[in-house]
Design a protein around this ligand. Structure first.
Ligand code: ATP
Length: 314
């Protein structure tokens, strides 16, 4: 668990982060969002002590971070950034093995770990191990950056706009993979992004910052349904909030079980979002969809009325 208690950061006369308090539980995916310059990156970098906090306390598992030795922080906290920070004259394999090497692992252990991570991040060993960063696409370089951040098997991963420079399709693929990785590896992740859809897709805990302060935090659905003020409302998409909420709710939550009537012609899988269902209804000009399971077997139906009524908070 990461805990920030009344944490501030001052750069000379100006206050970049102003007495923020935040608790990120183990295994939680926490996204920091807010306008440019509101203190997101500074907050992230205070957690791994790339930036020293000027006030308050930061704890990891109840222990102040200033009491950790540097190599312990390095082992426990992985860090990935938008520009990847890969060393240009090092091969992919060498870049991934950076932290284990700093931690003085044996060469055999480093090689095994690099191979394991390349498989995990779907980077073909034969093709990529010997390549240099300039020979990689943006998406491949980001995978290497994430592999490197995971190298010493840290329990905490700090990610600063790691997918910021990617096209929407590569970005979405990497988001899905990261979610999946997190579910399997049970990492605690703090993730900075400008992209609200990315934050909503990834976060279990969403933190909205403004001018160095936290203005609201909680589950994304909580913030969408009860934004604290106009700033949070507009950051979360204003009138678009209905669609954003629909993208967080599943068809299975609103479908009715298969009745005696005929099955609708157009099918949607139960794990799709209500937003996908709405889009399909609009596109196909229909008001009913057959809901199917993963094996394409019909298990229910979703009507337009049920879909619209899905906003249970009204
Ligand atoms: N090393 C520094 N020296 C002086 N001021 C700094 C330093 N680093 C950051 N700042 C200032 O602190 C404030 C917060 O910066 P920070 O990078 O944390 O914001 P951010 O929310 O991550 O912004 P962005 O989304 O644009 O990356 C800004 O006003 C910035 O100019």
């Amino acid at each position: 668990m990461i805990e920030l208690i009344g944490v501030s950061k001052r750069f000379g006369e100006s206050t970049a982060v102003d007495e923020i308090s935040l608790k990120v539980e183990s295994g939680e995916f926490c996204c920091l969002v807010g306008t440019s310059g509101c203190g997101k990156s500074t907050t992230l970098r205070m957690i791994n002590r790339l930036i020293e906090h000027s006030g308050g306390e930061i704890h990891i598992d109840q222990q102040p971070i200033r009491t950790f030795r540097e190599e312990v922080l390095r082992r426990r906290i992985g860090y990935a950034i938008q520009s990847t920070g890969l060393f240009p004259h090092w091969t992919v394999a060498r870049n991934i093995g950076l932290v284990p090497r700093l931690l003085k692992w044996s060469q055999a252990a480093i090689d095994a770990r690099v191979e394991e991570l390349m498989v995990l991040l779907r980077l073909d060993m034969d093709e990529f191990a010997g390549k240099y960063p300039h020979q990689l696409s943006g998406g491949q370089a980001q995978r290497v950056g994430v592999a490197r951040a995971l190298a010493a098997d840290p329990d905490i991963l700090l990610m600063d706009e790691p997918f910021g420079a990617l096209d929407p399709i590569t970005r979405e693929n990497l988001q899905l993979e990261l979610r999946d990785l997190q579910a399997r590896l049970n990492k605690t992740i703090v993730f900075v992004t400008h992209d609200m859809d990315e934050a909503l897709r990834l976060a279990d805990h969403l933190v909205v910052m403004h001018e160095g302060r936290i203005v609201q935090q909680g589950h994304p659905l909580e913030l969408l349904r009860e934004p604290a003020d106009d700033f949070v409302t507009s950051l979360l998409g204003g009138e678009d909030r209905g669609l954003k909420e629909a993208s967080l709710l599943l068809v299975s939550e609103r479908m009715t079980p298969l009745g005696v009537g005929g099955v609708a012609r157009d099918r949607i899988v139960q794990t799709a979002s209500l937003r996908d269902a709405l889009s399909m209804m609009l596109w196909r000009r229909v008001e009913r969809l057959a809901v199917v399971d993963d094996e394409d077997i019909p298990i229910g139906e979703l009507s337009f009325r049920r879909l619209v009524g899905a906003r249970g908070h009204e």
